[in-house]
Design a protein around this ligand. Sequence first.
Ligand code: AMP
Ligand code: ZN
Length: 346
Amino acid sequence: MNTVTEHAAIAAADAQQASTYNASDVTLRARLIEAGILIDTGEDGLYGRSQVFEDVIDRLNHAITLLGADQEAEVLRFPPAMRRHDFEDSEYLKSFPDLAGTIHSFQGNDRGHHRLLEALEKTVSVGEEERTDEWMDQQKPTRLVLTPAACYPIYPTIAKRGALAEDGATVDVFAYCFRHEPSIDPGRMQMFRMREYVRLGSPQQVMDFRQKWIERGSLLVNLLGLPFEIDLANDPFFGRGGKIVADSQRAQQLKFELLIPVATPDRPTACLSFNYHMEHFGEIWKIAQANGELAHTACVGFGMERTTLALFRHHGLDVKAWPAEVRDFLWGDTHSRISAGLEALS
Ligand code: AMP
Ligand code: ZN
Protein backbone atom coordinates (compact mmCIF):
# COMPACT_ATOMS: atom_id res chain seq x y z
CA MET A 1 0.00 0.00 0.00
CA ASN A 2 1.47 3.40 -0.78
CA THR A 3 1.44 6.37 1.51
CA VAL A 4 -1.23 8.23 -0.41
CA THR A 5 -3.73 5.41 -0.14
CA GLU A 6 -2.77 4.88 3.48
CA HIS A 7 -3.50 8.52 4.30
CA ALA A 8 -6.80 8.19 2.47
CA ALA A 9 -7.56 5.01 4.40
CA ILE A 10 -6.82 6.71 7.71
CA ALA A 11 -9.04 9.64 6.81
CA ALA A 12 -11.84 7.31 5.78
CA ALA A 13 -11.52 5.23 8.91
CA ASP A 14 -11.38 8.29 11.15
CA ALA A 15 -14.63 9.43 9.60
CA GLN A 16 -16.41 6.23 10.46
CA GLN A 17 -14.38 5.21 13.49
CA ALA A 18 -16.25 3.70 16.41
CA SER A 19 -19.47 3.48 14.44
CA THR A 20 -18.52 0.32 12.56
CA TYR A 21 -16.24 -2.56 13.40
CA ASN A 22 -13.16 -2.70 11.25
CA ALA A 23 -11.32 -5.97 10.87
CA SER A 24 -8.16 -3.91 11.09
CA ASP A 25 -7.21 -0.84 13.02
CA VAL A 26 -5.75 2.08 11.13
CA THR A 27 -5.44 4.08 14.33
CA LEU A 28 -3.11 1.49 15.84
CA ARG A 29 0.07 3.43 15.02
CA ALA A 30 -1.18 6.62 16.67
CA ARG A 31 -2.44 4.72 19.70
CA LEU A 32 0.88 2.88 20.17
CA ILE A 33 2.85 6.11 19.91
CA GLU A 34 0.47 7.90 22.25
CA ALA A 35 0.87 5.10 24.79
CA GLY A 36 4.68 5.28 24.47
CA ILE A 37 4.88 1.67 23.28
CA LEU A 38 6.43 2.70 19.95
CA ILE A 39 8.52 5.85 19.73
CA ASP A 40 8.04 8.09 16.72
CA THR A 41 11.35 9.15 15.16
CA GLY A 42 9.75 11.45 12.60
CA GLU A 43 10.57 9.02 9.82
CA ASP A 44 7.92 6.64 8.47
CA GLY A 45 8.76 3.04 9.29
CA LEU A 46 11.55 3.85 11.78
CA TYR A 47 10.56 3.51 15.43
CA GLY A 48 12.03 3.30 18.85
CA ARG A 49 10.76 0.46 21.01
CA SER A 50 9.74 0.74 24.67
CA GLN A 51 10.47 -1.78 27.38
CA VAL A 52 6.90 -3.05 27.14
CA PHE A 53 7.27 -3.71 23.42
CA GLU A 54 10.68 -5.34 23.83
CA ASP A 55 9.44 -7.54 26.63
CA VAL A 56 6.78 -8.99 24.33
CA ILE A 57 9.38 -9.46 21.57
CA ASP A 58 11.64 -11.32 24.05
CA ARG A 59 8.87 -13.64 25.21
CA LEU A 60 7.80 -14.32 21.65
CA ASN A 61 11.37 -15.06 20.70
CA HIS A 62 11.65 -17.47 23.63
CA ALA A 63 8.44 -19.22 22.56
CA ILE A 64 9.85 -19.64 19.04
CA THR A 65 13.02 -21.16 20.51
CA LEU A 66 10.96 -23.70 22.43
CA LEU A 67 8.81 -24.42 19.40
CA GLY A 68 11.91 -25.39 17.41
CA ALA A 69 13.98 -26.96 20.21
CA ASP A 70 13.65 -30.49 18.82
CA GLN A 71 15.29 -29.49 15.53
CA GLU A 72 18.62 -28.87 17.21
CA ALA A 73 19.21 -26.04 14.77
CA GLU A 74 22.60 -24.41 14.70
CA VAL A 75 22.25 -20.94 16.20
CA LEU A 76 23.98 -18.29 14.09
CA ARG A 77 23.70 -14.58 14.72
CA PHE A 78 24.85 -11.92 12.28
CA PRO A 79 24.82 -8.14 12.55
CA PRO A 80 22.19 -6.37 10.42
CA ALA A 81 24.65 -5.99 7.56
CA MET A 82 26.18 -8.41 5.10
CA ARG A 83 29.12 -8.51 2.70
CA ARG A 84 28.35 -6.51 -0.40
CA HIS A 85 29.90 -9.25 -2.54
CA ASP A 86 27.54 -11.86 -1.12
CA PHE A 87 24.64 -9.50 -1.61
CA GLU A 88 25.63 -8.92 -5.25
CA ASP A 89 25.76 -12.69 -5.80
CA SER A 90 22.38 -13.23 -4.13
CA GLU A 91 20.44 -11.72 -7.06
CA TYR A 92 18.39 -9.65 -4.62
CA LEU A 93 18.82 -6.63 -6.92
CA LYS A 94 17.26 -8.54 -9.78
CA SER A 95 14.05 -9.00 -7.81
CA PHE A 96 13.85 -6.17 -5.26
CA PRO A 97 16.10 -3.25 -6.32
CA ASP A 98 13.68 -0.81 -4.69
CA LEU A 99 13.90 -2.39 -1.23
CA ALA A 100 17.67 -2.71 -0.89
CA GLY A 101 19.73 -0.51 1.40
CA THR A 102 23.41 0.15 0.79
CA ILE A 103 25.86 1.55 3.33
CA HIS A 104 27.96 4.55 2.36
CA SER A 105 30.72 6.29 4.21
CA PHE A 106 33.06 9.26 3.84
CA GLN A 107 36.36 7.99 2.51
CA GLY A 108 38.02 11.21 1.28
CA ASN A 109 40.96 13.38 2.31
CA ASP A 110 41.11 16.78 4.01
CA ARG A 111 39.93 18.55 0.89
CA GLY A 112 37.01 16.18 0.59
CA HIS A 113 36.21 16.75 4.24
CA HIS A 114 36.07 20.47 3.55
CA ARG A 115 33.64 19.91 0.67
CA LEU A 116 31.57 17.63 2.85
CA LEU A 117 31.23 20.25 5.59
CA GLU A 118 30.40 22.97 3.10
CA ALA A 119 27.66 20.86 1.57
CA LEU A 120 26.40 19.93 5.01
CA GLU A 121 26.30 23.59 6.03
CA LYS A 122 24.06 24.30 3.05
CA THR A 123 21.90 21.35 3.90
CA VAL A 124 21.22 22.28 7.50
CA SER A 125 20.89 26.03 6.93
CA VAL A 126 17.54 25.62 5.18
CA GLY A 127 14.20 24.48 6.52
CA GLU A 128 13.42 20.82 7.11
CA GLU A 129 11.37 20.62 3.88
CA GLU A 130 14.00 22.18 1.59
CA ARG A 131 16.90 20.03 2.71
CA THR A 132 18.91 18.50 -0.13
CA ASP A 133 21.21 15.50 -0.06
CA GLU A 134 24.16 17.34 -1.57
CA TRP A 135 26.59 16.28 1.15
CA MET A 136 25.91 12.68 0.17
CA ASP A 137 27.99 13.32 -2.99
CA GLN A 138 31.04 12.98 -0.74
CA GLN A 139 29.96 9.55 0.47
CA LYS A 140 31.27 6.39 -1.14
CA PRO A 141 29.92 2.83 -0.97
CA THR A 142 31.38 0.61 1.72
CA ARG A 143 31.80 -3.13 1.32
CA LEU A 144 28.67 -3.70 3.42
CA VAL A 145 24.96 -3.57 2.68
CA LEU A 146 22.01 -3.81 5.04
CA THR A 147 20.61 -7.31 5.43
CA PRO A 148 17.28 -7.65 3.62
CA ALA A 149 16.25 -10.98 5.21
CA ALA A 150 17.79 -12.72 8.21
CA CYS A 151 18.68 -15.88 6.29
CA TYR A 152 20.77 -14.20 3.57
CA PRO A 153 24.16 -14.28 5.32
CA ILE A 154 23.92 -17.97 6.12
CA TYR A 155 23.98 -19.44 2.60
CA PRO A 156 27.55 -18.36 1.77
CA THR A 157 28.56 -19.36 5.31
CA ILE A 158 27.21 -22.89 4.99
CA ALA A 159 28.55 -23.17 1.42
CA LYS A 160 32.12 -22.58 2.65
CA ARG A 161 31.93 -25.68 4.83
CA GLY A 162 31.60 -28.04 1.87
CA ALA A 163 28.86 -30.56 1.15
CA LEU A 164 26.01 -30.96 3.63
CA ALA A 165 25.71 -34.01 5.88
CA GLU A 166 23.21 -36.77 5.01
CA ASP A 167 20.45 -35.12 7.02
CA GLY A 168 21.17 -31.65 5.63
CA ALA A 169 21.41 -28.63 7.92
CA THR A 170 19.04 -26.54 10.00
CA VAL A 171 19.97 -23.04 11.10
CA ASP A 172 18.39 -20.61 13.53
CA VAL A 173 18.91 -16.93 12.71
CA PHE A 174 17.66 -13.67 14.14
CA ALA A 175 18.49 -10.21 12.84
CA TYR A 176 17.29 -6.73 12.23
CA CYS A 177 16.53 -6.41 8.51
CA PHE A 178 16.22 -3.36 6.31
CA ARG A 179 13.74 -2.75 3.51
CA HIS A 180 13.25 0.62 1.91
CA GLU A 181 9.48 0.74 2.03
CA PRO A 182 8.59 3.83 4.09
CA SER A 183 4.99 3.63 5.19
CA ILE A 184 2.67 4.84 7.91
CA ASP A 185 1.36 1.30 8.32
CA PRO A 186 3.08 0.33 11.60
CA GLY A 187 3.31 -3.22 10.23
CA ARG A 188 5.48 -2.02 7.38
CA MET A 189 8.70 -0.85 8.96
CA GLN A 190 12.01 -0.04 7.32
CA MET A 191 13.97 -1.79 10.05
CA PHE A 192 12.44 -4.78 11.78
CA ARG A 193 13.45 -8.13 13.21
CA MET A 194 13.08 -11.47 11.60
CA ARG A 195 13.61 -14.75 13.42
CA GLU A 196 14.04 -17.63 11.04
CA TYR A 197 14.64 -21.33 10.91
CA VAL A 198 16.34 -22.28 7.68
CA ARG A 199 16.56 -25.77 6.24
CA LEU A 200 19.08 -26.92 3.67
CA GLY A 201 18.98 -30.39 2.14
CA SER A 202 17.07 -32.55 -0.33
CA PRO A 203 13.75 -31.36 -1.84
CA GLN A 204 11.94 -33.82 0.44
CA GLN A 205 13.74 -32.65 3.57
CA VAL A 206 13.01 -29.00 2.94
CA MET A 207 9.39 -29.56 1.87
CA ASP A 208 8.75 -31.63 5.02
CA PHE A 209 10.32 -28.82 7.03
CA ARG A 210 8.12 -26.18 5.46
CA GLN A 211 4.96 -28.22 6.04
CA LYS A 212 5.96 -28.79 9.65
CA TRP A 213 6.47 -25.07 10.17
CA ILE A 214 3.15 -24.11 8.65
CA GLU A 215 1.63 -26.30 11.37
CA ARG A 216 3.90 -25.02 14.13
CA GLY A 217 3.47 -21.39 13.11
CA SER A 218 -0.29 -21.90 13.29
CA LEU A 219 0.10 -23.49 16.71
CA LEU A 220 2.08 -20.50 17.96
CA VAL A 221 -0.46 -17.97 16.72
CA ASN A 222 -3.29 -20.03 18.22
CA LEU A 223 -1.50 -19.99 21.58
CA LEU A 224 -1.20 -16.21 21.20
CA GLY A 225 -5.00 -16.04 20.90
CA LEU A 226 -4.90 -14.36 17.50
CA PRO A 227 -7.16 -14.88 14.48
CA PHE A 228 -5.29 -15.88 11.34
CA GLU A 229 -5.39 -17.49 7.95
CA ILE A 230 -2.73 -19.23 5.88
CA ASP A 231 -2.62 -18.24 2.26
CA LEU A 232 -0.57 -18.72 -0.86
CA ALA A 233 1.55 -15.62 -1.48
CA ASN A 234 4.19 -14.03 -3.65
CA ASP A 235 7.07 -11.68 -3.04
CA PRO A 236 6.83 -8.09 -4.38
CA PHE A 237 9.06 -8.64 -7.42
CA PHE A 238 9.99 -5.38 -9.10
CA GLY A 239 8.91 -4.04 -12.46
CA ARG A 240 6.99 -5.39 -15.40
CA GLY A 241 8.93 -8.67 -15.47
CA GLY A 242 8.23 -9.02 -11.76
CA LYS A 243 4.58 -9.84 -12.40
CA ILE A 244 5.60 -12.93 -14.37
CA VAL A 245 8.01 -14.05 -11.66
CA ALA A 246 5.35 -13.51 -9.00
CA ASP A 247 2.80 -15.52 -10.99
CA SER A 248 5.26 -18.35 -11.41
CA GLN A 249 6.09 -18.27 -7.68
CA ARG A 250 2.38 -18.68 -6.97
CA ALA A 251 1.86 -21.36 -9.59
CA GLN A 252 4.66 -23.38 -7.99
CA GLN A 253 3.32 -22.69 -4.48
CA LEU A 254 6.70 -21.53 -3.26
CA LYS A 255 5.48 -19.05 -0.65
CA PHE A 256 2.80 -19.22 2.00
CA GLU A 257 2.01 -16.59 4.59
CA LEU A 258 0.25 -16.56 7.91
CA LEU A 259 -1.89 -13.45 7.90
CA ILE A 260 -3.41 -11.63 10.86
CA PRO A 261 -5.56 -8.49 10.75
CA VAL A 262 -3.31 -5.76 12.12
CA ALA A 263 -3.60 -2.17 10.91
CA THR A 264 -4.43 -2.17 7.21
CA PRO A 265 -8.17 -2.01 6.58
CA ASP A 266 -8.20 -3.71 3.19
CA ARG A 267 -6.32 -6.90 4.03
CA PRO A 268 -4.64 -8.77 6.85
CA THR A 269 -0.87 -8.55 7.38
CA ALA A 270 1.67 -11.30 6.73
CA CYS A 271 3.21 -12.02 10.12
CA LEU A 272 4.94 -15.32 9.32
CA SER A 273 6.12 -16.63 5.99
CA PHE A 274 7.03 -20.09 4.77
CA ASN A 275 9.32 -20.06 1.78
CA TYR A 276 10.66 -22.76 -0.51
CA HIS A 277 13.53 -21.41 -2.62
CA MET A 278 14.09 -24.64 -4.54
CA GLU A 279 17.78 -24.73 -5.57
CA HIS A 280 18.05 -20.93 -6.01
CA PHE A 281 20.53 -20.37 -3.16
CA GLY A 282 22.11 -23.80 -3.58
CA GLU A 283 22.98 -22.91 -7.14
CA ILE A 284 24.29 -19.41 -6.45
CA TRP A 285 26.59 -20.53 -3.67
CA LYS A 286 27.22 -24.08 -4.87
CA ILE A 287 25.81 -25.72 -1.77
CA ALA A 288 25.89 -29.48 -2.31
CA GLN A 289 23.87 -32.21 -0.67
CA ALA A 290 25.77 -35.25 0.63
CA ASN A 291 25.04 -37.03 -2.68
CA GLY A 292 26.60 -34.19 -4.66
CA GLU A 293 23.34 -32.75 -5.98
CA LEU A 294 22.51 -29.10 -5.42
CA ALA A 295 20.93 -28.36 -2.05
CA HIS A 296 17.39 -27.09 -1.88
CA THR A 297 16.49 -24.58 0.82
CA ALA A 298 13.43 -23.35 2.70
CA CYS A 299 12.90 -20.96 5.56
CA VAL A 300 10.22 -19.96 8.00
CA GLY A 301 10.36 -16.27 8.90
CA PHE A 302 8.70 -14.86 12.00
CA GLY A 303 8.03 -11.13 11.70
CA MET A 304 8.75 -10.17 15.31
CA GLU A 305 7.35 -6.65 15.15
CA ARG A 306 4.31 -7.61 13.11
CA THR A 307 3.36 -10.44 15.46
CA THR A 308 3.87 -8.16 18.45
CA LEU A 309 1.74 -5.46 16.82
CA ALA A 310 -0.96 -8.06 16.20
CA LEU A 311 -0.95 -8.86 19.94
CA PHE A 312 -1.41 -5.18 20.83
CA ARG A 313 -4.05 -4.82 18.16
CA HIS A 314 -6.17 -7.72 19.35
CA HIS A 315 -5.51 -7.83 23.09
CA GLY A 316 -5.17 -4.12 23.82
CA LEU A 317 -2.36 -1.76 24.75
CA ASP A 318 -2.21 -2.82 28.40
CA VAL A 319 -0.33 -6.12 28.51
CA LYS A 320 -1.52 -6.69 32.10
CA ALA A 321 -5.08 -6.78 30.79
CA TRP A 322 -4.36 -9.33 28.05
CA PRO A 323 -6.41 -12.55 28.26
CA ALA A 324 -5.15 -14.81 31.06
CA GLU A 325 -4.44 -17.63 28.60
CA VAL A 326 -2.20 -15.40 26.50
CA ARG A 327 -0.43 -13.95 29.53
CA ASP A 328 0.16 -17.38 30.91
CA PHE A 329 1.51 -18.59 27.61
CA LEU A 330 3.95 -15.69 27.19
CA TRP A 331 5.00 -15.02 30.78
CA GLY A 332 4.16 -18.26 32.56
CA ASP A 333 3.90 -21.74 31.29
CA THR A 334 5.35 -21.28 27.81
CA HIS A 335 7.17 -24.58 27.89
CA SER A 336 4.35 -26.91 28.85
CA ARG A 337 1.84 -25.21 26.56
CA ILE A 338 4.18 -25.64 23.63
CA SER A 339 4.94 -29.25 24.55
CA ALA A 340 1.22 -30.02 24.73
CA GLY A 341 0.61 -28.25 21.42
CA LEU A 342 3.43 -30.13 19.69
CA GLU A 343 2.17 -33.40 21.16
CA ALA A 344 -1.25 -32.74 19.65
CA LEU A 345 0.33 -32.06 16.25
CA SER A 346 2.32 -35.27 16.10
P1 AMP B 1 9.39 -11.97 3.75
O1 AMP B 1 10.82 -12.30 3.47
O2 AMP B 1 8.92 -10.77 2.97
O3 AMP B 1 8.48 -13.12 3.64
O4 AMP B 1 9.38 -11.47 5.26
C1 AMP B 1 9.47 -12.36 6.35
C2 AMP B 1 8.63 -11.82 7.46
O5 AMP B 1 9.18 -10.56 7.88
C3 AMP B 1 7.20 -11.51 7.03
O6 AMP B 1 6.35 -12.60 7.21
C4 AMP B 1 6.84 -10.36 7.95
O7 AMP B 1 6.27 -10.83 9.12
C5 AMP B 1 8.16 -9.67 8.22
N1 AMP B 1 8.27 -8.44 7.42
C6 AMP B 1 8.48 -8.32 6.09
N2 AMP B 1 8.53 -7.04 5.72
C7 AMP B 1 8.33 -6.31 6.83
C8 AMP B 1 8.27 -4.90 7.11
N3 AMP B 1 8.43 -4.00 6.17
N4 AMP B 1 8.03 -4.52 8.38
C9 AMP B 1 7.88 -5.44 9.37
N5 AMP B 1 7.92 -6.76 9.16
C10 AMP B 1 8.15 -7.20 7.92
ZN1 ZN C 1 14.61 -16.63 4.79
